[in-house]
Write a protein that binds this ligand. Structure first.
Ligand code: BTN
Length: 264
């Protein structure tokens, strides 16, 4: 079992702001919830919360994120960008690019699936949950939570994940070796800082360019569900804001801000 603790992560950090303040918990409900509370109480940009296990790990759309101890990475980061509230979901794309790069450095390519999945061989290896606290039309703070399946074995996934096990994978399963968790966390924080700074300086375009290179859904038939609304068509791209573009059978294109995507 590889160790994970704030000291072991901090020793490896080369960042300017991200992770300079890092809280580590052996077990916590959800790192996103802790980060949200800390941010509400003034936690500064770049504060990182890492846990070895979560008892109430949250996925998108009220799903659970299976978070057993000793194997994976569960991490949330506080951001305070001066951007419009409607641009907050863009941080999910920044996180996807940071994850894809970090995973690439371990020796394997990933694809991304809009809006928040990172896939290896079509199976989900990591997910991102972004929540935002607005102040008027602006952002007060954004919490970006990352869950990455690092060292879970196939047996563990089958046992702990129920029916989603068959759509999930881990880096260990894909690479056939264990991942040093603290190093992975430090590398991810570094990538995250780099791409976030790029976004602040150069805007969305460089991130969209990186993201789209790894997008497994381009020109695929998709069904997108958001609450009761279902849109079907061809995923023709993402726009300059990172919203999904779906070309419907009637020839018109729908811009999707949030939803659950099924690829065919
Ligand atoms: C998803 O794919 O649905 C998003 C999963 C996000 C999971 C991470 S684990 C760290 C952080 N804390 C949470 O409770 N959720 C996110």
């Amino acid at each position: 079992m590889t160790m994970l603790a704030s000291e072991s992560i901090k020793k490896l950090l080369t960042t300017k702001t991200l992770g300079k303040i890092t809280y580590f918990f052996e077990e916590i409900g959800s790192t996103n919830e802790v980060a949200f509370e800390l941010a509400r109480n003034g936690a500064t940009e770049g504060t990182v919360i890492v846990a070895d296990s979560q008892t109430k790990g949250k996925g998108r759309l009220q799903r659970r994120w299976i978070s057993p101890p000793g194997v994976n990475l569960y991490m949330s980061v506080v951001f305070r960008p001066s951007i419009a509230a409607q641009d907050a979901p863009f941080l999910t794309l920044i996180a996807s690019v940071a994850l894809a790069k970090t995973i690439k450095d371990t020796g394997i390519d990933t694809l991304v699936k809009w809006p928040n999945d990172v896939l290896i061989n079509g199976k989900k290896v990591a997910g991102i949950l972004t929540v935002m606290q607005p102040r008027g039309d602006e952002v007060d703070f954004i919490i970006v939570g990352v869950g990455a399946n690092l060292n879970m074995t196939r047996e563990m996934m089958d046992k702990e994940m129920g029916e989603v096990a068959e759509t999930a994978t881990s880096l260990r399963e894909a690479l056939g070796r264990e991942i040093e968790r603290a190093k992975f966390a430090a590398d991810l924080i570094k990538q995250f800082e780099m791409w976030y700074q790029k976004f602040l300086k150069e805007g969305k375009a460089p991130i969209i360019k990186e993201w789209i290179k790894r997008w497994g859904g381009i020109n695929r038939r998709v069904r997108v569900k958001f609450n009761e609304i279902v849109v079907e068509g061809i995923a023709s791209g993402i726009d300059e804001n990172g919203y999904l573009l779906v070309k419907k059978n009637d020839g018109t294109t729908e811009r999707i801000i949030s939803g659950d995507v099924i690829l065919f």
